[in-house]
Design a protein around this ligand. Sequence first.
Ligand SMILES: Nc1ncnc2c1ncn2[C@@H]1O[C@H](COP(=O)(O)OP(=O)(O)OP(=O)(O)O)[C@@H](O)[C@H]1O
Ligand code: SF4
Ligand SMILES: [Mg+2]
Length: 390
Amino acid sequence: MAKKHNDGYLSAKESRQIARENRRVTDRLEKQRKRKNVPESEYLTQMRDPGNAVEFENLHTCFFTDAGVVRSVDGVSFEVPIGKTVGVVGESGCGKSVTSLSLMQLLQRPQGQIVEGEIRLNLGDKAYDVAKVPAAKMQELRGNYVSMIFQEPMTALNPVFRIGDQIKEVLVLHNTEGRTEAEIEKRIIDLLEMVGIANAKGVAQMYPHELSGGMRQRVMIAMALACSPRIIIADEPTTALDVTIQAQILDLLRQLKDRINSSIMFITHDLGVIAEMADYVVVMYAGRIVEKGTAEEIFAHPAHPYTIGLMASKPVVGKKVEKLYSIPGKVPNPINMPHYCYFRDRCEMQCEGCAGDYPGEISLSPTHKVSCYRYTEENRKEAQEHGAEL
Ligand SMILES: Nc1ncnc2c1ncn2[C@@H]1O[C@H](COP(=O)(O)OP(=O)(O)OP(=O)(O)O)[C@@H](O)[C@H]1O
Ligand code: SF4
Ligand SMILES: [Mg+2]
């Protein structure tokens, strides 16, 4: 790897050298992924718990850029149980979207690559490791097993095609064997009605720019649900909408999820939305999970200083404050992460051990895990001796 100048800038020569090294790695990975006729045994795996729809284990996803390797997701492990909603929170740039794009195999190629770890996807009678599934096979899984409601509906919909035709494309691409044209047309109208669009027949004939933001988001949901996927990834599906529409869309997602008994991976930086939607919560910081647990555990007993900070920066109705709390400082540079706790430079609760290596995961309950030195055996004992509740 090329060495950087002390001032942090790269010379043209160094940059070229990095680009060359990157190409070597990404070419190898792309070749592997694009192989034809890969035997299923290469990507077959076993769920650790058959009650889970997806299991991420030690996922590492990197972007090989000319400025260096960005470790966007750096050893993430969590699971999404069947029929449950898992909320993924964390501030902008912490790797939430990259985690979900890894599951969809929709990373920007060739620079975006899964370099380590497993993503086990439960197909019912068997399980696949998405990190190893070849590109052609993934096409079949997308839509049928996993689908995604994107962060920005306007960019995800094609502006030059009518809504009905875009939904039809999803249906035709996936499971419409033996279906007649009339049946497909009916399914399109049913889907639009299911997501609460009143004039479904009319809307099917319209172009995306003729719809309101809320309607576009509903169309996106209709497309994501077209083939009744087992897992729905909702990446900030309501950020661009006003609060009343937001509440309607959240209600809709909840109802639809129960109707098709799928799981939802709900990505947001809005804790209020998480409180309303999630059964489990995963808190990410700078590409890693710093805390995870049931929604009850995370909201009633947030443990990691970052989660505690997030809770404190959330406005509460009826509580008047001079100024909302904001966590001081900023996230470390993802190309050059420190070896110690990534939150240390912003942490106001430092204790014995924080100067050491990145903290390991500590179990506070069978479901509640945190990576922070405050919860090591010694620190807890000491705090309790001083009367603190940890
Ligand atoms: N195509 C790309 N090329 C290079 N780096 C990328 C690319 N996509 C994402 N990254 C980097 O990966 C990291 C994680 O990005 P990601 O999009 O997952 O953030 P996020 O948590 O979804 O943030 P937000 O809440 O703003 O959507 C960031 O540092 C980002 O700069
Ligand atoms: S390990 Fe230390 S520095 Fe890091 S979050 Fe915990 S208390 Fe703060
Ligand atoms: Mg994102």
